[in-house]
Design a protein around this ligand. Structure first.
Ligand SMILES: Nc1ncnc2c1ncn2[C@@H]1O[C@H](COP(=O)(O)OP(=O)(O)OP(=O)(O)O)[C@@H](O)[C@H]1O
Length: 371
């Protein structure tokens, strides 16, 4: 297990990591998420003793990394795939790391096979692609057959087959009871790989919870409903019935309605009661990306002045009684929809007002289906 308590790192006036406390438990893949510059790499470097905390501590199985006897046998890390001497052959690189830690030579060939680099083992690493470098970095991390593994952006530069391979490898390592801590910017990949998440922003802990729980707590569930075109006033009649029943209703650009505050069976019943046939009634699939964006948007250090996400945020509904005046919903980009910042932004999980448990659990189940 990795445990951080009040972990803090300052570089001059800059606080890179600020009072961070968390646990990374064995048997899980724990994802480490945060915007650029939020302190992920600094935290990982402190875990493996490459940086000293300004205050607080981080331990691996109860001991700081520097006090672990033969640390290479306990902890494996891929922090920078390019940190390899380019003039060395891949096998020579692994062999030198193995010899420093008293690891037998046959283990070098084992890990080369695990990462699929046997055929290029005698090539100099300066000719390696980014993906090959990542595989070599992963092989180095696995050399000592450690119980604790850290990977900083392990899928960088990998093709889809390589990404799938890393995903399966992480999950397999966790299923063997190892502690697997992995950072990535690829949210869709994290949703598939990590069962736990630690999310930071500006060096501070924003969330530490299960991946599905994080998605449910930080995304806005809604239903899309579309009246049949066969009745010209069908959409208006449906909208009025939904608003009368307490729903919040926005018009989608394609003629459908976006509904929060009512579950799917109730929407169906109300449509039936209003004499409106439906051509669509579907739950919105909340994504990890959406949940992550909601949580971290106030913690982003570097933002374009033309933040593309701004266009994706839902406009505040106008406080007018007629549903027609509630406004038009922005186009849903694929599966993901970016909702406005939570009013209680600042770290706590947030449930969209008027997003009932039923709808949230529908979205959760749906996400699980796709995961
Ligand atoms: N050696 C250093 N000296 C001064 N400032 C540093 C140093 N290392 C990191 N920082 C600063 O600390 C903050 C956290 O950096 P860090 O690299 O840990 O973030 P990160 O979350 O890994 O970012 P990214 O996702 O872009 O890799 C940044 O503002 C960075 O500029």
């Amino acid at each position: 297990m990795i445990e951080a308590v009040g972990l803090t790192k300052r570089y001059g006036a800059k606080t890179a990591v600020d009072q961070l406390s968390f646990q990374v438990k064995p048997g899980h893949v724990t994802g480490f998420l945060g915007p650029n510059g939020s302190g992920k790499s600094t935290t990982m470097r402190m875990i493996v003793g490459l940086d000293r905390p300004t205050s607080g501590r981080v331990t691996i199985n109860g001991l700081p990394f520097r006090e672990l006897p033969n640390a290479q046998r306990h902890v494996g890390a891929l922090l920078d795939a390019k940190a390899v001497h380019g003039g060395r052959r891949a096998r020579t690189h692994l062999l030198s790391v193995a010899q420093l830690s008293g690891i037998p030579e046959k283990r070098v060939d084992e890990v080369l096979a695990v990462v699929g680099l046997q055929d290029v083992a005698r090539q100099r690493t300066k000719g390696f692609s980014l993906g090959m470098g990542q595989r070599l970095g992963i092989a180095t991390a696995l050399l000592g057959d450690p119980q604790v593994l850290l990977f900083d952006e392990p899928v960088n530069g990998l093709d889809p087959e390589g990404i799938l391979w890393v995903r399966n490898l992480m999950r397999q390592l966790a299923s063997e009871g190892r502690t697997v801590f992995v950072s990535s910017h690829l949210m869709s990949e994290m949703a598939l790989t990590a069962d736990h998440l630690i999310v930071i922003g500006r060096g501070r802990l924003l969330a530490e919870m299960g991946t599905q729980e994080f998605i449910t707590h930080n995304s806005a569930g809604f239903a899309r409903v579309r009246a049949a075109d066969t009745r010209p006033d069908g959409r208006d009649a449906l909208g009025a019935a939904l608003v009368a029943a307490g729903a919040r209703v926005l018009k989608e650009p394609d003629g459908a309605l976006r509904v929060t505050g009512l579950d799917l069976p109730r929407i169906s019943d109300l449509a039936h009661g209003a004499g409106v046939r439906l051509w669509e009634l579907s739950p919105h699939r909340a994504s990890l990306e959406e949940a992550y964006m909601r949580m971290t948007q106030s913690s982003v250090e570097y933002t374009s002045t033309q933040d593309p996400r701004a266009e994706l945020w839902e406009p505040e509904p106008l406080a007018l009684p007629a549903w027609e005046d509630e406004g038009t919903a922005p186009e849903v980009p694929g599966d993901a929809f970016y909702a406005p910042p939570p009013p209680t932004a600042g770290g706590r999980p947030f449930l969209m007002p008027g997003s009932p448990g039923e709808l949230a659990s529908t979205a959760k189940n749906d996400t699980e289906d796709t995961a």
